[in-house]
Design a protein around this ligand. Structure first.
Ligand SMILES: C[S@@+](CC[C@H](N)C(=O)[O-])C[C@H]1O[C@@H](n2cnc3c(N)ncnc32)[C@H](O)[C@@H]1O
Length: 314
């Protein structure tokens, strides 16, 4: 069987044959495009902009400035933008950081660290973090520490001791239709258990399936407000946490809001059927196949009817 046929029929690609091509996003920051997944690593509006708007701001780190230590889990380190943005802030505050990262492919960070466009964005301390993670998979500057658990995230997550609870979980895999294994009911439930009391799981995904799984895992969910240049969007992602947000009314200054009527109704459609992976070893093809079958047999409302109703209501 020739290689391309193997790729088409297996869907569990050997990482080595993935072509990663560099491209510049609209804010000037570098990103990558994966030809395996047929997906870019970041929004075309800007890699760094996406990390700031969709991950850093919703984390509202200032609420944690009185704590001694912050634990962060970066699910899909990629080129490291999300983590980099968090470290830039936290290292200046002198709060102790306990960092864990999950990533199957070491190349995105290596590629990033060969590019001036990437290197010149970071302070020496953050660059030293990236360099250490790249070389040894670990980081220890005497105060802060970190471990990159290189490998399949569903397996490698088990290396993290159950006693570690995260204040922030950054969930940034490729989209659910391309990488369903990291959006499954089971994986999201596992991540939810790793959140600290006041912790936040943050993701760019606004998918009903993902939100439904997070709700069933017992989390309160909020919708990321669309970022400026996405005015025709109804949400830029999801923030999930164990306890409802303290402020009774979420102020305009904040990055997220309660789900709108449109979003609540989205959760009642077939789009909300979760990705299932009880064994934790299913291929993406198997997961997608099972879900499509479930959707076809489902008595839930049609997602296209929901979309038409809300698109015409605009
Ligand atoms: C959208 S990119 C992440 C971008 C990254 N957060 C950044 O700031 O640059 C998705 C990443 O998920 C990784 N990935 C895909 N499948 C994975 C798996 N099963 N386990 C761990 N990482 C995976 C890819 O190698 C890729 O680096």
């Amino acid at each position: 069987m020739i290689l391309n046929d193997f790729i088409k029929t297996n869907n569990s690609f050997p990482v080595e044959i993935d072509e990663l091509s560099r491209y510049k996003t609209k804010d000037g920051s570098l990103s990558l495009y994966s030809s395996n997944y047929k997906e870019a690593f970041h929004s075309n509006n800007g890699a760094i902009k996406e990390s700031i708007n969709k991950y850093l701001k919703p984390a509202q780190l200032d609420r944690l400035y009185n704590t001694k230590k912050i634990s962060i889990l970066d699910v899909c380190i990629g080129m490291g933008y999300n983590t980099g943005c968090f470290l830039e802030i936290l290292l200046k505050r002198g709060i102790q950081i306990d960092w864990h990262g999950l990533e199957i492919d070491q190349r995105p960070l290596k590629i990033a660290l060969q590019e001036m466009n990437f290197i010149e964005r970071w302070s020496p301390k953050v660059l030293s973090f990236f360099d250490s993670i790249k070389r040894t998979g670990e980081w220890n500057d005497g105060i802060n520490k970190g471990i990159a658990h290189w490998g399949e995230a569903r397996k490698k997550i088990n290396e993290i001791n159950n006693s570690v609870k995260f204040d922030v979980i950054l969930l940034d895999p490729f989209s659910p239709s391309k990488c369903p294994e990291l959006w499954s009911e089971e994986f999201l439930s596992l991540l939810s258990k790793k959140l600290s009391h006041e912790g936040r799981l943050i993701t760019y995904s606004r998918a009903a399936s993902v939100r439904g799984s997070l709700k069933r895992a017992g989390l309160e969910i909020y919708s990321l407000k669309p970022v400026d240049d996405n005015t025709n969007q109804w949400s830029s992602g999801t923030v999930a946490m164990k306890n409802p947000i303290k402020e009774k009314h979420i102020s305009n200054n904040q990055q997220f809001k309660d789900l709108s009527q449109r979003e609540m109704e989205h959760l009642e459609t077939r789009a909300a059927i979760p990705y299932r992976d009880p064994s934790g070893v299913k291929t993406s093809r198997e997961i997608l196949f099972t879900r499509t079958k479930e959707q076809l047999n489902s008595s839930l409302k049609s997602t296209s009817d929901w979309r038409k109703r809300w698109d015409t209501a605009k």
